[in-house]
Design a protein around this ligand. Structure first.
Ligand SMILES: O=P(O)(O)OC[C@H]1O[C@H](OP(=O)(O)OP(=O)(O)O)[C@H](O)[C@@H]1O
Ligand SMILES: O=c1[nH]c(=O)c2nc[nH]c2[nH]1
Ligand SMILES: [Mg+2]
Length: 158
């Protein structure tokens, strides 16, 4: 994928808080949060803090190895709920929707929210905050490092 969408910690925090405002407006008493690990863990932590939710479980699903997609695999299942009723299910993003479809089958009653969504996957989630084009890879702050940026002009260092 040629295009990149770089997410800073600040932006991630702001986008998670925007998602929280949407979730608060639903006026629902959540039983707890289920994070889809690993990507959903940091958003789930921020959301748990903002909404005052202390029960946080995980379902560990792996669909990608670097940028290569394969069949979703459950590495560790959720234990807090059987069908997700009353639970918020949180992931960092939905891309093709393959992971979302798979997890929805496991937890059909959960309310599924992601912070970022690409067009193919967005019909599979109940809520998201920021849409990113399908041909763009999203880079999260936990995958990035502060590094030297080359000047835009190739003459700048002369
Ligand atoms: O909509 P999809 O095309 O299924 O892609 C979205 C999923 O892919 C990534 O997880 P990944 O499998 O890379 O594992 P990770 O969360 O441990 O990084 C991301 O965190 C989502 O869970
Ligand atoms: O870090 C990531 N960025 C993405 O755009 C993406 N799509 C699927 N899985 C992903 N992981
Ligand atoms: Mg993931």
């Amino acid at each position: 994928m040629n295009n990149k969408y770089m997410v800073s910690w600040d932006q991630l925090h702001r986008d998670c808080r925007s998602l929280c405002r949407h979730l608060i407006n639903l006026e629902h008493e959540w039983q707890g949060i289920i994070a889809i690990t690993r990507g959903g863990m940091i958003p789930a932590g921020i959301i748990a803090r903002e909404l005052g939710i202390r029960i946080v479980d995980t379902i560990s699903v792996r669909t990608y190895s670097h940028q290569t997609i394969s069949e979703p695999q459950v590495l560790n299942d959720v234990t807090a709920t059987q069908n997700g009723a009353g639970y918020l299910l949180i992931d960092d993003l939905v891309d093709t929707g393959k992971t979302a479809q798979f997890v929805r089958e496991r937890l059909p009653q959960a309310y599924f929210a992601t912070v970022y969504a690409k067009p193919e996957g967005k019909p599979l989630v109940d809520a998201f905050i920021t849409e990113v084009p399908q041909d763009t890879w999203i880079f999260f702050p936990w995958d990035l490092d502060l590094d030297y940026a080359k000047p835009i002009s190739k003459h700048a260092d002369e």
